[in-house]
Design a protein around this ligand. Structure first.
Ligand SMILES: O=C(CO)COP(=O)(O)O
Length: 249
């Protein structure tokens, strides 16, 4: 069965709650499609107003992060229950910015992935290499390690329903998009790695996105690759251009 594309925006630390409502209202008609799942991952404080604004549309509102405990003395964190209570179904886990600025590791990513599944939230699990790693020729090894640890103790059924975002760090926010060949090569390697951990059926079901300077002009070629099932979009998700990305065909 063909995999349905999933095209997600990662708003990062942008948009106040009132700006979020405005942006959802602007994008609503532009991203209307049956062909792809459309997700806006927004700052925690924007989740509720964005959901209200998205009501009746095909937009799913997701989170950019969550903690791996249920509740307790973790000042500033958001629990999975808080997300599910308002109807969140997707959460980005282990974005490279979380790893770089907030000390997330493959181990905390794994804990969060397991916790998300426990609560019925689909994780969008991020991986990606630095420019040095690419230049040293260790991209595939590095990504395989990130994936293997992120999916420790995750069942095949859970893995099949999850989303992986391949985001080369050197392509994020730089305007330097990976070539179609580079993106396809790594997304295929990720699928092969999933087949190795689980089986071919799980690998055939899991959805793998590319992220890193995706634009209205690069989306179509990227998303037409056999192992690229959509994108995780930063800067361009905050503009009407996101409508063109979602309707890339
Ligand atoms: O980090 C990203 C999405 O998670 C990509 O960001 P840009 O699309 O701005 O490069």
């Amino acid at each position: 069965m063909a995999r349905k594309k999933i095209i997600a925006g990662n708003w990062k630390m942008n948009m106040t709650p009132s700006e979020a409502v405005e942006l959802v209202n602007t994008l609503k008609p532009l991203v209307a499609t049956e062909d792809a799942d459309v997700v806006f991952c927004v700052p925690a404080i924007d989740i509720i107003p964005a959901m209200e604004a998205a009501k009746g549309s095909n937009i799913h509102i997701g989170a950019e992060n969550m903690y791996y405990e249920e509740s307790g003395a973790y000042t500033g964190e958001i629990s999975p229950k808080m997300l599910t209570d308002v109807g969140v179904k997707y959460v980005i886990i282990g974005h490279s910015e979380r790893r770089e600025y907030f000390a997330e590791t493959d181990e905390t990513v794994n804990k969060k992935v397991l916790k998300a599944f426990e609560h019925g939230i689909t994780p969008i699990v991020c991986c990606g290499e630095s420019l040095t790693q690419r230049e040293q020729g260790i991209t595939i090894d590095w990504i395989r390690q990130q994936i293997k640890i992120a999916f420790l103790n995750v069942t095949a059924a859970q893995a099949a329903s999850s989303v992986i975002a391949y985001e080369p760090i050197w392509a994020i926010g730089t305007g330097k998009v990976a070539t179609t060949e580079q993106a396809q090569e790594v997304c295929k390697a990720i699928r092969d790695c999933i087949a190795e951990i689980y089986d071919d059926a799980t690998a055939a079901a899991i959805r793998i996105q590319y992220g890193g300077s995706v634009s209205a002009s690069s989306a179509s070629e990227l998303f037409s690759q056999p192992d690229i099932d959509g994108g995780l979009v930063g800067g361009a998700a905050l503009k009407p251009d996101f409508g063109k990305i979602v309707n890339y065909k």
